[in-house]
Write a protein that binds this ligand. Structure first.
Ligand SMILES: Cc1cc2nc3c(=O)[nH]c(=O)nc-3n(C[C@H](O)[C@H](O)[C@H](O)COP(=O)(O)OP(=O)(O)OC[C@H]3O[C@@H](n4cnc5c(N)ncnc54)[C@H](O)[C@@H]3O)c2cc1C
Length: 567
């Protein structure tokens, strides 16, 4: 592997969009950042207002709002109004899909009032929250109580509804699985207006298992009960540099959290948090975290680093210093650690504002960071959006842990994107086969990281401009994504649907299992009311003809090969 060479590509002629993207920072500094800051502040005030209401009041408003949703669904005239989706503006969602279905005819249901934390139940260790509660909001409520959601996605703006119906992960997912694996109950409004509570062992257990990855195409989520865990005030973080070829880096990553003796559930051997950043084909920094009390953190000689201050170096650059200074340990306040990638949007901030990592910018304007992803999307026209599809990659490849080395080599050869983000997560063997599922028979191999009940996967996060684009060479972005999707299908991998996809319907259902999903679509009468998950996820504008075809889809067999679970 050490002798891999990226293919030679011819030079590309610059067009006007290249110059626009190069100078986009002007719009970002003078328009996007001030508006973002104002919006963050207004959202914060909204959260404070919500927190001042009693839990009883919040519950009362919740019940009233659920009734409004039910009424709206019942009022819908299927012939005139089209299929149902939420009224959330397409650009507000963090995901990179175009959300083109919202430009076509559809019936909007307004869920904007569903943004309250309804209950923190310390006895059951469960938080009951509405779907628009975001990660910044929930961690602000729970962390001062020394509690946390088991999986807190890093970016403040990500919502509970999006992380459940779409995809959510964090450095604790090697213990708890994906965000949706930490949910104990969903409150769903079904197509016929019924409001049901689905848990893993009640009469709606099939719905419970089918909701994750379904993109809101089985019903509208109005609240979720999510597992809480006890946490401490600080994260003791160890930064360990690894050098070698990509296979060596992959092994260093595996060894950072998966004991070779298979003792994966031993809290002494397995860290609370894991992430690795690969900075080049030969350099990585593996980070492992353990919760620590404030007494421990404040002991003489320990280094406390409050990474959340606006003037601090960006987290990924700070971690990179381990390559020069060697392994080091520091204590980071827990909430600041959770949201460590928010201010610089992982490393995307460097492309958007190339000088925002410099000390003078951080000190004088860093408090306005980050630009809201939603506003960045709102201020880019069609041409810029298409440019990003071709010249930029934002994709997550979920691959079995033992294939991480192969995935890294594949990314190097086809995309050459650095840094790369590695974050492990469990894929559970569940009583029902869900859209994503572990490799059949994985438990016989006893591979590093696996247990009898879950296969260890890894998210290989590929976010940045590819090497060829940075060098001014020709790059076929759509072609690279197509190849990546095929690679994932061949290697039992998955692609989160928030990213731009080139899959046709047949290939989509080769990547994901359709059985339980299609069964629930029919059983809960979602067909003809909610869009299908493929239609919702696919790239491109949706014409009236396509809308009509989608509405009629339940009359024709889909590409999905459906194994019917028993009702
Ligand atoms: C820059 C960037 C950074 C990211 N960082 C992270 C990260 O740190 N961690 C992580 O896990 N992921 C991350 N992601 C991916 C992100 O998790 C997905 O985009 C997630 O699905 C979207 O979050 P959202 O809150 O914007 O949801 P949306 O895009 O609004 O929703 C996702 C899907 O869920 C459906 N949905 C939402 N609410 C409801 C509801 N109430 N009822 C029914 N359906 C509903 C929507 O219709 C949509 O289909 C990132 C993505 C980007 C582009």
């Amino acid at each position: 592997m050490s002798d891999i060479k990226a293919p030679l590509r011819p030079k590309r002629k610059k067009i006007w969009v290249d110059y626009f993207v190069q100078f986009r920072w002007i719009i970002v500094i003078f328009v996007v950042l001030p508006i973002s800051f104002t919006l963050y502040f207004l959202t914060y005030l909204g959260d404070v207002k919500s927190e001042r209401k009693s839990f009883k009041q919040r519950q009362k408003e919740h019940d009233e709002n659920v009734l409004k949703v039910v009424k709206r669904l019942k009022e819908r005239d299927p012939k005139k109004d089209g299929l149902v989706c939420t009224a959330r503006k397409p650009w507000i969602a963090v995901g990179m899909r175009n959300v083109d279905y919202k430009r076509a005819r559809h019936c909007e249901v307004d869920l904007s009032a569903f943004r309250n934390v309804l209950e923190i139940d310390k006895e059951r260790m469960v938080a009951r929250v509405e779907p628009l509660v975001n990660m910044g909001q929930i961690s602000r409520v729970t962390v001062p109580m020394n509690l946390s959601l088991a999986v807190v996605a890093e970016l403040d703006d990500l919502t509970v509804g999006g992380l459940i119906n779409g995809y959510g992960i964090e450095g604790s997912s090697h213990i708890y699985g994906l965000f949706s694996d930490t949910v104990v109950a969903y409150e769903i409004v079904l197509a016929d207006g019924r409001v049901v509570r689905a848990t893993k062992d009640n009469e709606f257990s099939d719905l419970f298992y089918a909701i994750p990855w379904s993109q809101g195409t089985l019903g509208l989520l109005v609240s979720a009960e999510i597992k809480l865990i006890p946490v401490k005030e600080y994260m003791k973080l160890t930064y360990k540099p690894v050098v070698g070829n990509l296979k060596d880096l992959a092994q260093g990553y595996l060894d950072s959290f998966a004991p070779r003796d298979g003792d994966q559930d031993n809290a002494e051997k397995v860290p609370d948090f894991v992430e690795t950043m690969i900075y080049s084909p030969t350099e990585a920094v593996c980070m492992t975290g353990k919760y620590a009390s404030k007494e421990e953190a404040k002991k003489k000689g320990n280094v406390i680093n409050s990474v959340g201050w606006w003037f601090k170096p960006w987290f990924y650059q700070h971690a990179q210093t381990a390559l020069k200074r060697g392994e080091f340990v520091e204590y980071i306040p827990t909430r600041e650690y959770y949201h460590r990638h928010t201010r610089c949007l992982y490393w995307e901030g460097k492309l958007i504002l190339p000088f925002a990592d410099q000390w003078w910018f951080r000190y004088f304007l860093g408090w306005m960071m980050p630009p809201k992803v939603s506003l960045l999307k709102a201020t880019q026209g069609e041409a810029i959006r298409n440019y990003y599809h071709e010249m930029h990659v934002i994709q997550d490849m979920l691959v079995p842990l033992y294939k991480v080395g192969d995935a890294l080599e594949w990314v190097h050869n086809e995309m050459e994107v650095y840094p790369l983000w590695l974050c492990p997560h469990r894929l559970y063997k569940l009583p029902m086969k869900t859209m994503v599922y572990p490799e059949p028979g994985f438990d016989l191999h006893r591979r590093q990281g696996d247990t009898q009940y879950a296969q260890m996967y890894t998210d290989v996060g590929v976010y940045y401009a590819p090497g060829p684009v940075l060098r001014g060479e020709v790059f076929d972005g759509a072609g690279a994504v197509r190849k990546m999707e095929n690679w994932l299908i061949e290697n039992h991998g998955f692609q989160p649907q928030y990213a731009v996809s080139e899959l046709n319907e047949k290939s989509f259902w080769r990547m994901f299992d359709a059985g339980l999903y299609e069964h629930c679509r029919r059983k809960y009468k979602a067909v003809g009311t909610f869009m299908s998950v493929y239609y919702k996820s696919k790239k491109g504008r949706k014409s009236e003809k396509e809308v009509q075809e989608e509405e009629q889809a339940h009359l024709e067999p889909a590409y999905a090969e459906v194994d019917q679970p028993a009702d």
